[in-house]
Design a protein around this ligand. Structure first.
Ligand code: ADP
Ligand code: ZN
Length: 315
């Protein structure tokens, strides 16, 4: 296993700011050490202007109590322009969320919080992956796939301790999968863009639409779980084939389904056909550890990293 270094430094006089910018709620926090937020605010995601104003008000208040912010990390819902070289870096892209498509989030925060403030901008799922990698279930592991199965399906990838970025960002939820629904006399897929993708077949809303009942109310012996495990195992197989992680973390509300992770492990073992030299399935496919805190802790870690990069870059 690749082991990556512990945080290079935690600077006790640098106040880190973090935003977990979700499509339904915003979480803002400050900390001196990412895993220990000292002040936190949660509020519903409203219009961009209102939401940014509330976030700024929170950070101003925190600065009064503590010290000026030294850097800010943002993990946002997407799609978002996270490539720092792009002209529209820091912008929310083509979201159906009213008012947010094209909104320059980083720019508008800079204008109010200060043009010199170092800001790191990444996806919410990448932030959560980073949180788990540094402070959670994959601490000390170099190659990590973090998958969240909830209202949507998303994934963040860490290779040799670094978040993997592409032209935009990986979208594990939209891996194409074969239609297994037919075997169960069903035909549900809820993604408006694809005929048969993982999110369309295996997200929480797909389960609810297929069986007429939210996932958390389905009993453990319901066929829904066998089908769900088969779809998720296909996703894990493709992750394994493409990125060869040391561990896959399976998070999000749906993953809480009783017995689901065990079924996914069994199914994945079958699908691999004995081809890879994988760790034991109960080590390879695991639950995250930070639960609801992964995103905000990861955002604070993004702040810590960019703050350190600026300090070492200016020496
Ligand atoms: P979101 O993706 O909106 O951030 P969650 O990760 O909590 O939020 O995912 C919400 C989805 O998870 C819903 O579709 C819900 O039905 C499902 N869910 C929540 N709790 C459970 C549970 N205990 N077992 C199975 N499914 C669950
Ligand atoms: Zn899709």
């Amino acid at each position: 296993m690749n082991v990556h270094a512990a945080p290079e430094s935690v600077n006790a006089d640098q106040l880190l700011g973090g935003i977990e910018a979700g499509g339904t709620k915003y979480v803002c926090a400050v900390a001196f050490e990412p895993e220990h937020p000292i002040l936190e605010a949660r509020f519903p995601t409203a219009t961009p202007e209102e939401t940014v104003a509330r976030a700024v008000a929170f950070f101003r208040e925190a600065e009064k109590i503590h010290s000026p912010l030294s850097s800010l990390g943002i993990g946002t819902f997407g799609p978002a322009r996270i490539d720092p070289e792009a002209g529209d870096y820091g912008t929310i892209l083509s979201t159906p969320k009213e008012g947010w498509a094209g909104f320059p989030l980083v720019e508008s925060l800079r204008q109010t919080l200060g043009m010199a403030l170092p800001i790191a901008f990444d996806t919410d799922v990448n932030a959560a992956a980073l949180g788990e990698a540094m402070y959670g279930a994959a601490r000390g592991v170099g190659n990590i796939a973090y998958v969240t199965v909830g209202t949507g399906i998303g994934g963040g990838l860490i290779q040799r301790g670094r978040l993997l970025h592409g032209r935009l960002h990986p979208e594990i939820g939209h891996f194409l999968v074969p239609d297994l629904d037919a075997e169960y006399g069903k035909s549900t897929q809820v993604c408006p863009f694809h005929t048969s993708c993982l999110e369309g077949r295996a997200s929480g809303p797909a389960i609810a639409a297929r069986w007429g009942c939210p996932a958390e109310l389905l009993p453990p012996d319901h066929p829904a779980w066998e089908l769900e495990a088969r779809y998720l195992a296909l996703g894990c197989l493709q992750i394994t084939a493409a990125w060869s992680p040391d561990v896959i973390l399976l998070g999000g509300g749906v993953s809480q389904g009783k017995g689901l992770i065990e079924r996914v492990r069994d199914e994945l073992l079958l699908l691999t056909g004995g081809y890879w030299d994988l760790p034991r399935m109960d080590e390879y496919l695991r639950y995250p550890a930070l639960n609801q805190q992964a995103g905000i802790i990861g955002a604070l870690e993004l702040a810590r990293k960019i703050g350190n990069a600026k300090v070492s870059g200016s020496q």
